[in-house]
Design a protein around this ligand. Structure first.
Ligand SMILES: Nc1ncnc2c1ncn2[C@@H]1O[C@H](COP(=O)(O)OP(=O)(O)O)[C@@H](O)[C@H]1O
Ligand SMILES: N[C@@H](CC(=O)OP(=O)(O)O)C(=O)O
Length: 448
């Protein structure tokens, strides 16, 4: 059995629906299907989810939303009519609007993109629609309540030929709750886990994961095979093709994932395998990912090892401001807090004043607008010299490296540059890998 998740681009238009049906019809193991809301592809230039967020903003501001709702209906009706489906969209829309006037909920409203798209897809494939609110249950921390979700899965009358909307579930209070953006990947991963699927197929608009963000490196190589360990590091640092929280449910159960292209289904895509499984990929570096807009606070404290309370106190301030520390490299007399996009919650001055007051360090230094780039590879464990070569190459290209850290996972080399240098640094690293490290599998022409 395979779970097939189709992203927004795969269900954006009637033409895309036809590609999905061809893929489903081609393999009888594709019995469990998860869909996102109609997204962007070709003539469709806006994600339905984004339109629904606009409606939510307008409703909350008391503005008229008739036009925006008409846009949503028209978009879905075009698919309904082109494919000669008989989904009662007007009736469904009226129920939704009625529900919103009596019990307004932003999450319920935005989740209707997936709900309505899944209704259309179920009708088109001849599969049964299953509401995600009757399958995925959240715990109080917003994670999936596995026991309750598994019980709901077991009670289903059948486990074949189902279409399930992604991106939402039901919370403890019984209300519809959204997952993070890109969350249909998470729904698909959980469904694969519930079904103990042989494969989780994630269908999108690229033929697998590229070694670097295709918006920066246009013709970046695709990754044929990678481990969940590597994927986790890369998604954490911004590989937006697969939602970060979708890794764990399948990784723990050793279910492989394949990232595939709905527009080129014959392409092999990227296979993601369990960390212990051997891979014969000859690549030295698996991928490069990064994020901009970090704030780096370096705190100097003589004999840090006997003053660990300084770290604890600084982290207390971070937690009190609900900030995220992505990395925390430490040295003998100093440590650094690598904080993601702090400006929205608190000013840098407020934050540093609070840290000074909480832990009275010897010295505190701040660097703003730092971009972090992660080079991820299982080979780094065995060949740490790779890091030195990449750094030398950055130096040759006059790129000012602000920090370097080989994180505990030891498959991730982290490099900090200024936001301004980010794109250039990614290009330099990518070309340095190509020139210095890419080693095709050995080829023996003959032995005499
Ligand atoms: N390293 C990468 N490899 C492939 N695609 C990437 C990478 N980083 C970012 N992307 C972007 O992710 C997009 C696919 O993810 P997403 O937009 O969520 O698709 P879907 O609508 O199918 O869920 C690609 O079109 C590409 O622009
Ligand atoms: N539609 C939601 C959930 C999702 O997973 O979408 P996509 O598969 O298009 O990334 C979003 O836009 O966030």
């Amino acid at each position: 059995m395979k779970v097939a998740k189709f992203g927004g681009s795969s269900v954006a238009t009637a033409d895309q629906f036809q590609k999905v049906k061809a893929i489903i019809d081609q393999d009888s193991q594709r019995q469990l299907v998860v869909v996102s809301a109609a997204g962007k592809y070709g003539p469709a230039t806006q994600k339905l989810t984004d339109t629904l967020f606009l409606i939510a903003d307008a409703m909350e501001a008391g503005r008229d939303v008739t036009q925006l709702f008409a846009q949503v209906t028209a978009r879905l009706e075009a698919i309904n009519q082109t494919l000669h489906l008989q989904v009662p969209l007007n009736k469904l829309m009226n129920t939704i609007r009625h529900q919103l006037t009596t019990h307004y909920s932003r999450d319920y409203l935005v989740s209707r993109g997936e709900f309505l798209t899944a209704h259309l897809m179920a009708a088109y494939l001849g599969y049964t629609f299953l509401d995600a609110a009757d399958l995925f249950f959240f715990d109080d921390n917003g994670g999936i309540d596995e026991a309750k979700t598994m019980a709901a899965y077991r009670q289903l009358p059948n486990h074949h030929g189902l279409v399930i909307p992604g991106f939402y579930g039901r919370n403890r209070a019984g209300h519809v709750q959204l997952m993070p953006r890109g969350g249909s990947d998470i729904s698909g991963a959980w469904l694969a886990r519930l079904a103990q699927a042989d494969l989780y197929e994630n269908w999108t608009d690229v033929s697998g994961i590229k070694m670097a963000d295709p918006r920066i490196i246009k013709d970046a190589d695709s990754i044929d095979v990678m481990s969940y360990d590597e994927l986790r590091e890369l998604t954490y640092m911004g590989f937006s093709v697969f939602q970060e929280e979708a890794v764990q449910p399948v990784r723990e159960c050793k279910i492989p994932t394949r990232i595939l292209n709905t527009n080129a289904p014959q392409d092999p895509g990227t296979l993601i395998i369990h960390d212990d499984d051997p891979s014969d990929d000859p690549r030295i570096i698996t991928g490069i990912a990064g994020r901009k807009h970090y704030l780096v606070i370096t705190i100097r404290q003589y004999q840090l090892a006997v003053h660990l309370e300084v770290i604890q106190q600084a982290l207390g301030v971070i937690a009190a401001h609900h900030l995220v520390v992505d990395y925390l490299p430490t040295g003998i007399d100093s440590f650094s807090l690598l904080i993601r996009e702090p400006r929205r919650q608190v000013s840098v001055r407020e934050l540093t004043t609070a840290i000074q007051a909480a832990c009275h360090p010897d010295k505190l230094e701040v660097t703003e607008n730092v971009a972090l780039i992660a080079m991820v590879s299982r080979q780094l464990r065995k060949r740490p010299a790779i890091a030195g070569k990449v750094l030398a190459y950055l130096d040759d290209n006059l790129l000012n490296v602000q920090l370097v850290s080989q994180t505990n996972s030891d498959i991730n080399l982290l490099i900090g540059v200024t936001d301004k240098d980010y794109d250039k640094a990614v290009r330099v690293i990518y070309s340095s890998i190509h020139q210095n490290f890419y080693r095709p599998a050995p080829y023996i022409e003959g032995i005499a």
